[in-house]
Design a protein around this ligand. Structure first.
Ligand code: SAM
Length: 274
């Protein structure tokens, strides 16, 4: 296969993008190749792609030398286009027509596993949280290279003190090393979305960054960030019999707000929580 022909494939198959499925397709071939280059060597193990749609990114992954690509697509209308791609790259592409939320990374036995996706924006953070909190570090998954709306990407990497600091970013830091690779203007997609996007690369840690009680951390972060403007002594009060003592034990000043804290402090608090 020489050209990606995303526009042509869409029109030949009379496919109109469905907003409800977050369908904004990348038509720029250079961008598709650049995304795959940033995912590193794809020739070993396998690649999981979520939402292949008309297959532009899928083709770029295959052309970069991936021996095995598993592509999970919810919209059955793309089945004929993806079958053609599977024929063009014999025994290298498996298409699974189902909801990506039902996929468990730990069920994929090939190692190393890389996930590469231009995610549907409606479920991008739900998928990321599901993957990382489902013990991703015990799976064969080594990295995620994912497209997000620019604002979401900024929340993921925001450090302590930033107003963009979030529960999503803290959980991401616990299980991965994340960095924004580059910004992608809205004009690279069809149809053109209202906002720009950013490609984010996550290297999966071999173990969580700090000792932690994951379910308690989740409760603490939810309470703290649901009331972001409140001081921690007030937002976390319902969780501890003596909240000020608990905060002090974790080295936290009780008048601080959640965005000021290091991940390590939240992890320490999770080990104190009764
Ligand atoms: N990979 C293509 C590209 O980069 O041009 C399409 C990306 S488009 C942003 C998102 C894709 O995810 C669409 O093909 C859409 O049908 C698919 N999708 C949406 N929700 C899904 C879900 N729950 N499970 C699997 N695929 C989904």
């Amino acid at each position: 296969m020489s050209s990606f022909n995303v526009r042509q494939k869409l029109s030949a198959n009379r496919l109109r993008a469905k907003k409800s499925l977050g369908q904004n397709f990348i038509h720029d071939e250079n961008l598709l190749r650049k995304i795959v280059r940033h995912a590193g060597d794809v020739s070993k193990g396998s690649v999981l792609e979520i939402g292949p749609g008309p297959g532009g990114l899928t083709q770029a992954i295959l052309e970069a030398g991936a021996k095995k690509v598993v592509a999970v697509e919810k919209d059955l209308r793309f089945s004929p286009i993806l079958s053609e791609l599977a024929i063009a790259f014999p025994n290298r592409l498996s298409v699974i027509l189902k909801d990506a939320l039902e996929i468990d990374l730990r069920d994929i036995s090939d190692s190393p596993l890389k996930v590469i996706a231009n995610l549907p924006y409606q479920i991008s953070t739900v998928l990321l949280i599901k993957w990382i909190t489902d013990d991703i570090w015990k799976s064969n998954c080594k990295s995620l290279t994912l497209m997000f709306q620019k604002e979401v990407a900024e929340r993921i990497v925001a450090g302590p003190g930033s107003r963009k600091r979030s529960k999503l970013g803290l959980l991401t830091e616990l299980y991965t090393e994340a960095k924004i690779l580059f910004r992608v203007p809205a004009s690279c997609f069809i149809p053109v979305p209202k906002v720009d996007s950013s490609l984010v690369h996550f290297e999966i840690r071999k173990a969580p960054k700090y000792r932690v009680d994951p379910s308690k951390l989740n409760i603490i972060l939810r309470s703290a960030f649901n009331q972001k403007r409140k001081m921690l002594k007030s937002s976390l009060k319902p969780l501890f019999s003596d909240v000020e003592k608990a905060l002090n034990t974790a080295g936290i000043i009780e008048t601080q707000r959640p965005e000021a804290l290091e991940l390590k402090q939240f992890c320490e608090l999770s080990l104190i929580h009764p």
